[in-house]
Ligand binder design. Sequence first.
Ligand SMILES: NC(=O)c1ccc[n+]([C@@H]2O[C@H](COP(=O)([O-])OP(=O)(O)OC[C@H]3O[C@@H](n4cnc5c(N)ncnc54)[C@H](OP(=O)(O)O)[C@@H]3O)[C@@H](O)[C@H]2O)c1
Length: 164
Amino acid sequence: MKIILIVAKAKNQVIGKDNQLIWKLSADLKRFKNLTTGNFILMGRKTFESLGKPLPNRTHLIITRNPDFQAPEGHYAFLSLEDAVIFCNKLGVDKLFIIGGGEIYREALPLCDQLEITEVDAEPEGDTFFPKIDSDQWKEVGREEFPSDEKNEYPYAFVTYEKI
Ligand SMILES: NC(=O)c1ccc[n+]([C@@H]2O[C@H](COP(=O)([O-])OP(=O)(O)OC[C@H]3O[C@@H](n4cnc5c(N)ncnc54)[C@H](OP(=O)(O)O)[C@@H]3O)[C@@H](O)[C@H]2O)c1
């Protein structure tokens, strides 16, 4: 199984504030949808709450320390990241997407094979951060850069890293 982390992060590593996203980037949402649709997506309980309801056509794996947490029908809750990964391996899942937030990214980064990063050319205030990408462990293998426009409030780049 390939484990792929997907995130949009600012130049100062900020990824969120008050359990919300902090920019309007329609191209990033579109890319997220294209990459993750039809797949299993793993997230922390706080990110799941921030979605409001499950995203269509994706199986949600929610990580929580609360044994009473009930995932919506067709989705699953786990008490650890490792339990979720074991579950996916048993099911023969092809690709697992790690979709945040800060806590889960930090814990999942060592397990990932590929990173799909949207670099947002901004330095917003925030309370949630993405860890530094260690260039001894990760190699940039793709980059596409775009200017801001009416649907994307900052310039941005789609950057792919693979584990060395
Ligand atoms: N820019 C992006 O691409 C992006 C993507 C996703 C999210 N975000 C942002 O990130 C922020 C949320 O991130 P966050 O760091 O606050 O929270 P989070 O990582 O989404 O969720 C944290 C929760 O996950 C559970 N958890 C974490 N580690 C665990 C472990 N080892 N075992 C069991 N449960 C574990 C705990 O849930 P319980 O408290 O229930 O035990 C913990 O409170 C929001 O602002 C969101 O908008 C940004």
